[in-house]
Design a protein around this ligand. Structure first.
Ligand SMILES: Cc1cc2nc3c(=O)[nH]c(=O)nc-3n(C[C@H](O)[C@H](O)[C@H](O)COP(=O)(O)OP(=O)(O)OC[C@H]3O[C@@H](n4cnc5c(N)ncnc54)[C@H](O)[C@@H]3O)c2cc1C
Length: 409
């Protein structure tokens, strides 16, 4: 049986960063980065943005050049899937029945796209957007696609809709709630993005559910809505979230449910097993200590760094300001902090100018900002979030007053 001092399962953002960090910190033990996809670690955000639009080739979204891993003495074990973990034996079992031993295990498996549970969801032409393979399949079908239905008005669905609208496709976005981005942003931002998409010809439908998906000869032809309407579709994109890929860990006895529970050092409840990235449920200081999972590159990288430092004897706990971005059309959204639980959403600047921020307050303190084409606010607003700075709505709404002056006040 092969054995590694550190075995990293999941070769995505968090797994790759853990391997990079181990070597940056001069760790000299054996390291393997094992993942079930065929490619070396690559960035996922471009999959619904400039990789999908064809502006960035695959080589430019690799997290490190392919040769990097060998040069750093990291064994890249691709196309391999862990199906079971034996914490007592310190080993994992792969889908081919082989086993690999570990000293420390870093679980960085992200999640798999939530499937829509209705008839027709398995037809060809119904896609999720999680892997390069998913997006390559969509790109192959683009030439023969006229009508696209996007199910889910979250960031991934909206970004894909923006690319498809630019390609001249007839796009409909279906959102079950009464506004897009309802789980992650305040109402002014939702309404702004709805208006932008409509201005680009996207038909945004709110408060609407899917009844079933229709097909012919095994390929999707349309979507039937719960109100009885039928929308023609040659392509359906389902963007309704992910299910964390933690089954083997939970089966091995790790605490968790929606993800695997980790402490401030990213340790699971099992000995010598850490979990990082989208699959790791943790108490987040920027969500008032709530036990949450974050799905962002920032969280994947920062948790990987915390886990590695702990493995190497450090005591840093996870305490990073969350940040995120989204590109749609010519709009660059940059988010800092978590707006969940806000009791005030203050618009800073003029929404009509397409350069503005939404500042989220809770009990008078800044907890997050959504900045649209407003990088200065994003950069300066970070200190307000980090410090939990108290401001008045009037002060913060005045775009003439730089945020850094409020942070210093
Ligand atoms: C289309 C898209 C757009 C996004 N845009 C943004 C953005 O703009 N900004 C942002 O901050 N974040 C964005 N995200 C989220 C971000 O990509 C994720 O938060 C990040 O990839 C999480 O990293 P991770 O390592 O936890 O998981 P992943 O990157 O998903 O890596 C997990 C890897 O583990 C593999 N795996 C799973 N189970 C097993 C197993 N049992 N054995 C072996 N391998 C396994 C998976 O196949 C995958 O390769 C986006 C995500 C997607 C899909």
């Amino acid at each position: 049986m092969d054995r590694y001092d550190v075995l990293i399962v999941g070769a995505g953002h968090a797994g790759a960063q853990a391997a990079v960090m181990l070597r940056q910190q001069k760790f000299e033990g054996t390291v393997a980065l094992l993942g079930d996809e065929p490619e070396p670690p690559y960035e996922r955000p471009p999959l619904s943005k400039d990789y999908f639009s064809g502006e960035k080739p695959f080589e430019r979204i690799l997290i490190r050049p392919a040769a990097f891993w060998g040069e750093r003495n990291v064994d890249l074990l691709l196309n391999r899937r862990v199906t079971a973990v034996d914490p007592a034996a310190h080993s994992v079992t792969l889908s081919d029945g082989s086993t690999i031993g570990y000293g420390k295990l870093i679980w960085a498996t992200g999640g798999s796209p939530r499937r829509i549970s209705c008839a027709g969801s398995d037809l060809a032409g119904v896609h999720s957007v999680r892997t390069r393979a998913d997006v390559d399949k969509m790109m192959d079908e683009l030439a023969s696609t006229t009508n696209v239905v996007v199910i889910g008005g979250g960031y991934i669905g909206l970004e894909a809709a923006a690319v498809l609208a630019k390609f001249g496709k007839k796009v409909t976005v279906l959102e079950a709630l009464d506004r897009v981005l309802a789980r992650v942003a305040g109402e002014p931002l939702s309404r702004f993005y709805e208006a932008e998409h409509r201005a680009h010809g996207v038909d945004v439908r709110l408060g609407i559910g899917v009844d079933w998906i229709e097909g012919k000869d095994g390929h999707v032809t349309g979507v039937h809505l719960l109100d009885g309407e039928h929308l023609p579709a040659d392509m359906v994109i389902v963007g309704i979230g992910i299910i964390p890929a933690v089954e083997p860990l939970l089966a091995a006895g790790a605490q968790g449910g929606n993800g695997v529970d980790v402490d401030g050092y990213c340790r699971t409840s099992l000995p010598d097993i850490y979990a990082v990235g989208d699959c790791a449920a943790h108490d987040n200081d920027f969500a008032a200590g709530a036990h949450i999972r974050l799905e962002s590159v920032q969280n994947a990288n920062d948790q990987a760094n915390v886990a590695v430092k702990h493995i190497l004897g450090g005591e840093d706990v996870y305490h990073s300001v969350p940040w995120f971005w989204s590109n749609q059309y010519d709009l660059r959204l940059q988010t800092v902090g978590l707006s969940t639980g806000h009791d005030q959403a203050v618009v800073r600047g003029d929404i009509a100018s397409r350069s503005f921020s939404i500042v989220y307050l809770k009990q008078g303190k800044v907890i997050a900002l959504d900045c649209v084409n407003a990088t200065k606010d994003y950069v300066q607003g970070r200190a307000l979030v980090l410090g939990g700075i108290a401001v008045s709505a009037e002060q913060i709404a005045n775009a003439e007053v730089p945020l850094k002056s409020l942070a210093a006040a």
